[in-house]
Ligand binder design. Sequence first.
Ligand code: NAI
Length: 358
Amino acid sequence: MTIFDSVSHNHEQVVFCFDQDSGLRAIIAIYSTALGPALGGTRFYPFADEAAALADVLDLSRAMAYKAACAGLDLGGGKAVIIGDPARDKTEALLRAYGRFVQSLGGRYYTACDVGTYVSDMDIIARECRFVTGRTPAYGGAGDSAVLTAYGVAQGMKAAAERVWGTPDLRGRRVGVSGVGKVGRLLVEHLLGEGACVVVADIDHAAIERLRARHPQVGVAASDELPSLALDVYAPCALGGAVTDQTVQELQAKIVCGAANNQLAHPGIDKLLHDRGILYAPDYVVNAGGLIQVADEIDGYCEPRARERASRIFDTARLIFALADKQGIPPGQAADRYAERRMAEVGRLRKLWLSNGH
Ligand code: NAI
């Protein structure tokens, strides 16, 4: 298969960035700029090979376009991967070389943090490039994007609760949170604040201990057992692919709503959950708070404005559930259709020529 064959017909642009001296090998994928510049994080990861890196960046950039569209942002979707082990290969020269490639795209792509990159790295990249978000507060950035991600997931969960139980109130509901890292632990705090009863699982024992030191009332389960417990809501907040065919059979929860990107092991899980009467809150709809947070930096970060925007995830999730019901389709599919419609309808306006060069 050639490189062109492996790139989906729908991607606008895929850029390979190579700098021999610093060791930079990166791929930037722009899925769509129909709604605005493509924004998405840079993943620094020791991919097994270049094909795996390309497949990942293509998938992730598409998901970013759908996430931005559903969140009502004037942004397209893009993502970047740097091939390498961040612990060993990340240097100032490599990050700055990468920054120069991002700059060369002239604002078609804005970068941000992802797995293996941190706000301090964004400050280094920004020494060569204007199109960087996810920066430290010292440089006007929003800081850790987990804050509004967790807040947004809590909003999405309340919308799902309203759909299933007729009230967004989570008081007394039993929620299982799988993965209590940056997002999961903040989600637990929101849930406790709402009066929910929380059970957590994490393969990292230290993460559980840190959480329990602050919130001893939180229950603990083994990661592989959590989905099968008597829960009202299952919240995958670890890695992608957490909801498998087997999970669907085991689940007792009435709602699946969590932060993890690409949490369904394959797209057909959306329908399997639907057929079992379990409401799936589409991952990219409810976890858009982090994107909303970093996107706000483009206009000069304003926390109240970003939080207000993230609170609208409640309305978006509610709308997606209503569309799914009306069309008799699972919510994941309804979210895809909603995003595609917005990209087409608003993107179409670009054909009207404006004299300022847009
Ligand atoms: P993190 O790396 O801080 O936390 C992930 C946690 O999951 C870690 O504590 C890890 O030990 C645990 N974990 C890993 N495998 C597990 C397993 N099999 N079972 C249970 N726990 C397991 O990552 P973060 O930032 O909290 O992100 C969590 C998820 O949310 C990821 O899928 C990420 O892509 C997604 N996300 C994060 C956003 C952000 O702003 N940080 C924004 C949107 C999505």
